[in-house]
Design a binder for this molecule. Structure first.
Ligand code: SF4
Length: 328
């Protein structure tokens, strides 16, 4: 096993075809579905345990559920209408013919199982929908819900997306997440035991985290057989607790270049088989406070590509497949 600090890591070969340096979602979709597949954001109007009092009431420090999802911004309530609207919009914009229904805002497993099944299946009616992705929290994945998802996974492409953000409990505390890293590991293991595809969401450049902390999170996640990862930067949305902290000077955000370097550090320690769905966050201009580069289309992705080239690096360069302990 590699040493914990990987101060003298052994470089693995680049398994991607140049110029690719990480396993981008578009490449995965082409391989899996033979063409372009776009995700349609669907809002089932579920609540969140970290807001409705089940776990907490304050929500995460950065949270404004409306800013996360086009579906919530449009205000359509019926799932059928959201799917139909998404297909029309994305067909026009991307010439896509296949779509995945992505239950995105809030906690999409936070309801009785029979309700969940009805809602999930209602999103799968149109023939253009080739799969389903369920975004949720690690502490909202009881066994009956995972059993339902395992049943769906035998019928269609299915992924469970777990919001983690960091593997460091002190950071999760600061974020007001209301769950710890152990709950993420537990939910992931139970889902993987059912052959479910699991994706994780992380934020890099969080207050109080060092570069080594970011590398540790990547190394830990590399042990869990994740199907996919979404990497975000910390951006400040209007009206959130984070906005107040940022305006008070209590939160510093990394520069674009600093962030891109953190993403490269992270990718280097991730399994090359994990699909990278995004390398920076996106939010509508009407919600954004900072950092200003968030508003520049593809600024994050371009900066990460540039940093990968400058460091002659790639996903999995320092990945250790022998590493087994998700806590080490
Ligand atoms: S878990 Fe998600 S929806 Fe709930 S408060 Fe946090 S960011 Fe918002």
């Amino acid at each position: 096993m590699a040493n914990d600090q990987d101060s003298a890591p052994v470089a693995q070969p680049n398994v991607f075809d140049p110029p690719a340096r990480y396993y981008a979602l578009s490449a995965y979709m082409r391989r899996e579905f033979g063409g372009t597949v776009r995700k349609i954001s669907v809002d089932a109007h579920f609540s969140c345990p970290n807001i409705d009092g089940t776990v907490g009431r304050g929500g995460c420090v950065f949270c404004d559920a409306a800013s996360f999802s086009p579906s919530r911004q449009i205000g359509l309530v019926e799932i059928d209408d959201q799917i139909a609207d998404g297909i029309t919009r994305l067909q026009r914009r991307f010439d896509a013919k296949q779509f995945i229904a992505y239950f995105q805002p809030s906690t999409n497993t936070h309801a009785p199982v029979d309700v969940l099944e009805r809602v999930y299946r209602s999103a799968l009616r149109r023939p253009e929908i080739v799969g389903i992705a369920i975004g949720t929290r690690p502490d909202a994945c009881p066994d009956p819900v995972l059993d339902l998802l395992a049943t769906l996974a035998r019928e269609t492409w299915t992924t469970l997306e777990l919001g983690l953000q960091s593997s460091h409990d002190r950071t999760l505390n600061w974020l007001g997440r209301g769950h710890d890293y152990g709950q993420f590991v537990d939910a992931t293991m139970r889902a993987r035991a059912r052959n479910l595809q699991v994706g994780a969401h992380v934020i890099l450049g969080l207050p109080g985290e060092t570069r080594e902390d970011v590398r540790t999170t990547a190394r830990r996640l590399g042990t869990l057989g994740l199907h996919s990862i979404k990497i975000h930067h910390l951006y400040v949305v209007k009206g959130t607790r984070l906005e107040r902290l940022w305006r008070a000077g209590e939160v510093a955000l990394p520069t674009l270049e600093e962030y891109a370097d953190l993403v490269v550090d992270f990718l280097e320690r991730l399994s090359p088989e994990t699909v990278v769905e995004r390398v920076a966050g996106e939010v509508g201009d009407e919600y954004l406070v900072a950092p200003s580069w968030t508003a520049i289309k593809h600024a994050g992705r371009n900066a990460v590509d540039k940093a990968l080239r400058a460091r002659d690096s790639y996903q999995g360069k320092y990945y250790d497949p022998e590493r087994r302990d998700p806590y080490a």
